[in-house]
Design a protein around this ligand. Structure first.
Ligand SMILES: *Cc1c(COP(=O)(O)O)cnc(C)c1O
Length: 423
């Protein structure tokens, strides 16, 4: 029964988030499984972007304070809309910069080497851009990254063990930067536990939320996380180059920004044009320059959908549809060289499935030729992300049938087993 299309169609009928699918631009004869790299455009995001363009057309410079979405307050407004998704208050979240820039800002602000506490703790599976940022932050302070950046090892190349991370929290560590969800294996780290352990040792801890924002609920403030940063173009569907997110726990309000700029001013003071910065008393202090308004605007519409759908409902469907994909893989593809490289338990699994296969690169090319958009991560991972808001169970069923056909007919053999420029 599980294996039939009929079963998938029944699941679609019972799916309460099904109604959001029509809000997105999906293409006929194409199955999008890459919402964890770039979420699809929704009609609402398109609308709010066009409205912002119109504000420019109608108001010129006055668009900063007039029009449908006044630009001067957009980063704060979006921070308020995003706060429930990370479990924070409105003053603790701002939409600004990009993931990597926000990490630079946060390290420049909160990395304060002192006495023996001089090192930064990260992990060996972390996204490269984060590592580059940390290395350069150490470098400009005169610390050799080879000595001062500690990377917790993975036991199997896929997952991190919380025990291993906690063991590495020595009295030499000044700052910890970890992902909420690992970008390859989709493992969720136990943020609550890691934060409690870091707090206990007087170490500041921050998280990269790129792969969890919009996919799973968070309780950043309740857990006492010091800061976090993320991008909004993956599960949140903010569009290519969408402006990023930044969270700073209110206990750090008043900390002077490491990278200061005039948009970090207290709003009433910004246009006094003084040469002494009076920083915002909220997370707003960590903004730098003029916000990228046209890359903020789609988020207004994109976030409305999250508010209506509810992140708890999104998580519930995400778990179910990802489990369904794993079950089908188990039943249909198990003797074709595939193995599942993501955590199996719900509690440790983020929003995508990581299928491992030694021919992964060319299987991805064959998938594309068959109208399925996957995501390849070298050397051997096919990431598939059934997205709660727009992927149907029937599509997941079809993807597995297509994979089965590609393998049965050895369709992948006509491609080179090498990655393309992007993914
Ligand atoms: C996508 C992603 C990034 C990308 O950083 P940008 O500055 O937005 O290009 C960084 N870290 C992680 C974990 C990611 O998944």
């Amino acid at each position: 029964m599980l294996l039939t299309l009929d079963y998938a169609e029944q699941l679609d009928k019972k799916d309460r988030l099904n109604r959001f699918r029509d809000e997105f631009y999906t293409k006929p004869n194409s199955i999008y499984m890459d919402g964890n790299s770039l979420g699809l455009l929704s009609k609402r995001a398109e609308r709010t972007l066009l409205e912002s363009l119109n504000d420019w057309k109608e108001h010129g410079i006055d668009g900063w304070t007039k029009g449908k979405h006044p630009w001067f307050f957009l980063s704060e407004k979006l921070g308020e809309m995003m706060a429930p998704l990370v479990g924070a208050s409105a003053e603790e979240v701002i939409v600004t910069g990009s993931t990597t820039v926000n990490l630079h800002q946060l390290v420049a602000t909160f990395y304060k080497p002192e006495g023996k506490r001089t090192k930064i703790l990260a992990d060996e599976l972390t996204f490269p851009s984060d590592i580059y940022a940390l290395q350069s932050q150490l470098h400009i302070r005169g610390y050799d990254p080879d000595t001062y950046l500690i990377r917790v090892k993975s036991r199997d190349g896929r997952f991190l063990e919380e025990e291993d991370i906690i063991e590495a929290m020595t009295d030499e560590i000044a700052l910890i930067i970890l992902p909420t969800v690992l970008y390859r294996s989709g493992q969720i780290l136990d943020m609550k536990r890691l934060t409690a352990e870091a707090n206990k040792r007087g170490i500041l801890i921050g998280f990269d939320g790129c792969h969890s924002i919009g996919a799973i609920p968070h309780s950043f403030s309740e857990w006492g996380i010091d800061f976090a940063y993320w991008c909004n173009y993956k599960h949140l569907n903010g569009g290519p180059g969408s402006v990023g997110g930044l969270y700073v726990n209110r206990k750090h309000f008043g900390t002077f920004p490491g990278l200061a700029g005039w948009f970090g001013s207290k709003k009433e003071k910004q246009f006094d044009m003084e040469h002494t910065l009076t920083p915002s008393e909220t997370v707003g202090a960590f903004q730098i320059g003029t916000p990228h308004v046209l890359s903020l605007a789609p988020l207004l519409g994109a976030l409305e959908i999250f508010e209506e759908a509810g992140i708890e409902n999104i998580r519930a469907k995400s778990l179910k549809i990802n489990q369904y994909l794993m079950d089908l893989v188990d039943h249909e593809l198990s003797d074709m060289g595939f193995s599942i490289g993501n955590p199996i338990e719900d509690k440790r699994r983020g929003g995508h499935i990581s299928l491992e296969h030694k021919e992964a690169a060319r299987i991805c090319k064959a998938l594309k030729e068959n109208g399925v958009i996957p995501d390849f991560r070298a050397p051997n991972i096919i990431r598939l992300a059934p997205v709660a808001l727009y992927t149907s169970y029937s599509e997941v069923w079809q993807v597995v049938q297509i994979l089965k056909k590609i393998m049965g007919e050895k369709q992948y053999e006509k491609f080179e087993n090498e990655r393309e420029v992007v993914a």
